[in-house]
Design a protein around this ligand. Sequence first.
Ligand code: BES
Ligand code: MN
Ligand code: ZN
Length: 491
Amino acid sequence: MEFITAVGRPDAIKTDAIVVGVHADGELTPSAKTLDSASGGVIKGAVKSGDMTGKRGTLLPLLGLAGVKSPRVLLAGLGDKHDFNERHFTDAVRNSIRAFNGAAKNVTVAALDWQVKGRDSEWQACSVAIAARETSFRTDELKSKRDPETTGAHTVGLLLKARNAAAERGLRYGGAISNGMELTKRLGNLPPNICTPSFLADEARKLAKLWKLEIEVLETKQLEALKMGSFLSVAKGSAQPPRLIVLKYKGSAKGAPVVLVGKGITFDSGGISIKPGAAMDEMKFDMCGAASVIGTMRALAELKLKVNVVGVVAACENMPSGAAVKPGDIVTSMSGQTIEILNTDAEGRLILCDALTYSERFKPAAVINVATLTGACVVALGGVNSGLFSNNDQLADQLIAASREAGDPAWRMPIDEDYQEQLKSNFADMANIGTPGAGAVIAACFLARFTKAYPWAHLDIAGTAWKGGAAKGATGRPVPLLAQFLIARAK
Ligand code: BES
Ligand code: MN
Ligand code: ZN
């Protein structure tokens, strides 16, 4: 799906379909008014007859309006103008694009009329692109027949009265963010027998080649030389060797880089502390943090943002075997701190801590790690907000602002020193799990012990990276949040 701008009057533009909004009580948006006059009152007529009430979520297709060049007009009910928010905006775009059942290949949306308080045309354009593209995503590469196309729209145009640089920029942002999200979803959805640590490394190599990123892939010997005893302890129960993938994007001659660190557990069985069987297949999504780092690198390379970013992905499987790490084992992390592993299912923090220590070498301006880290975060925040933990208020504020702008929300959680007590071990510097309670916080506090050298934030995306049930699949989050954060930084 491509995005273009369509400059002109809605009645004069010729596309397969044009979408205009109607607010509650039948109040027409400016483009709807223009079409109404051009067609001799057809739209007001539809309001009068009660066919279009303007109620949020309703749609009314009209065919062959006299005086309107496009053969189809879709009226989209937007609801009350005064509480029209970001979610209403993107829902209206998604519903509209889905409404044509493949009949319209080129759809023009008059969405700059749809005003959301505090949001400009750059935001509107970016959001149109992301929401529209979401309707066309399919995961069928492993089915013997492709799934039918859900929308059929090949080109989505944004209607503009006149050229508008901010809207054009927004479409570009939205297109690149969508490309990044789709890569993230694809990697997340691939099964764990295909999407292994070496597969992720190969995908990262392809990305690097295509987008001229620097790449380095470290294998077991090199991880041993770096003394990543914690990361290696998780990997050693598996027949699949671990990989540490380092992608570098240089968009600016100066400036310390932002380092993005992703949890890439390509399958989390729990290890010797094995998980129960129900929904265990969903632990293929335990590499969604890694996938979101890779997807974000793609988006920012496409946008040629003037920032420097390093992506670090720690990838391995967490499996039980005769060689697997055991509860009670004590390992030495790259930082020199020793860890008593009391539960092998708390493995994300064990691979991340070494990747976080490794990140010090980039002298980073900030390090942001992304991980499907704890079931406790799902209990706390569900599928709406990602959990945000940070040792730096400014960084946390910037990430929260980016998350709101991107419609990819995060909620800040505490990491007070007082929680650290729960990680006490009688035999090592720390245990890898705490006493019961505050599981998402304890995991973050564990990571905080390895991130004292730089401003750091941790996004726990356990609840937001994928959906279960009938709509099972990766969401592509938090690519919009991370991309928006980097866009703001580049400005
Ligand atoms: N990958 C899981 C976290 C997870 C669980 C994400 C469910 C999404 C849904 C992580 O490795 C894990 O197993 N965490 C344990 C930690 C516990 C043993 C302290 C958990 O959350 O139960
Ligand atoms: Mn686990
Ligand atoms: Zn895990």
